[in-house]
Write a protein that binds this ligand. Structure first.
Ligand SMILES: C[S@@+](CC[C@H](N)C(=O)[O-])C[C@H]1O[C@@H](n2cnc3c(N)ncnc32)[C@H](O)[C@@H]1O
Length: 222
């Protein structure tokens, strides 16, 4: 399991054992998605998203990587009534069940944008209170530059899977085709960390999550 390369197995099983399972339609959807092997956010990341929505109370959210709509529905359910969520998905295999799930469970605030986020994001101009990056890891530097433009001051940026099964911290994996992903994740983390407009913490949960706050005022680096 991926997370065993990030968190000691005895710690992750302890966390799992004590976690209260999600109930209602989100619990059902989560179970169905896992049974069918859809790559939805794992429990720690989805709990974090829920808590951030409840604290931040966003009016507008952007998500890159809809999959079958689980995290978009979770964020809608955890945000104040009237929240609007734009979520981007390029894979038709995910788009069909995502549309079904939204039809069934959404309160009407979620819009799916079909296509590659790299192509679609430059056409976005509205600002967001919260952005969740959960698409192809090799594109995180491009996503970050667009999201930087689209995130409000006092906004929150979350990105999942930044450790890439530990390789991002460890060096280049055995499989050469993954080298580009490692290099790009390293570039994303360096760019984010060096950006004085953001304060970032890397959380060693799931496969690594960056949680960043966009400053009201730019911080001077010492
Ligand atoms: C990890 S899944 C997203 C899980 C979802 N956020 C959730 O927790 O329910 C990643 C999704 O991003 C999509 N994706 C990857 N790169 C993308 C891109 N450049 N543009 C649009 N969608 C992308 C994939 O097709 C996949 O469905």
């Amino acid at each position: 399991m991926e997370k065993d390369r990030i968190v000691y197995p005895y710690i992750s099983s302890y966390m799992q054992k004590n976690r209260r399972k999600r109930s209602g339609f989100l619990g059902e959807l989560e179970q169905q998605a896992r049974a069918a092997d859809y790559p939805i956010s794992n429990p720690e990341t989805s709990d974090l998203l829920e808590i951030l929505c409840r604290i931040k109370r966003p009016e507008k959210i952007l998500e890159i990587g809809t999959c079958i709509g689980f995290s978009a529905l979770l964020m809608e359910d955890s945000s104040p009534a009237g929240v609007r969520i734009d979520t981007i998905e390029r894979n038709p295999v995910m788009l069909a069940p995502a549309k079904e799930n939204l039809k069934r469970y959404s309160k009407g605030g979620i819009t799916i944008h079909e296509g590659n986020a790299v192509d679609l994001l430059p056409g976005f101009s509205e600002e967001y209170d919260m952005i969740f990056i959960d698409g192809a890891k090799g594109q995180y530097p491009v996503f970050f530059r667009e999201c930087r433009r689209l995130l409000k001051k006092d906004g929150i940026l979350i990105a999942d899977n930044v450790f890439f099964n530990g390789y991002a911290a460890e060096g280049l994996p055995d499989i050469r085709r993954n080298w580009t992903i490692v290099r790009r994740l390293n570039a994303y983390l360096a760019e984010l960390e060096n950006d004085a407009d953001f304060k970032t913490v890397i959380l060693p949960i799931s496969d690594g999550v960056t949680l960043s706050y966009r400053m009201e005022k730019t911080e001077n680096k010492a």
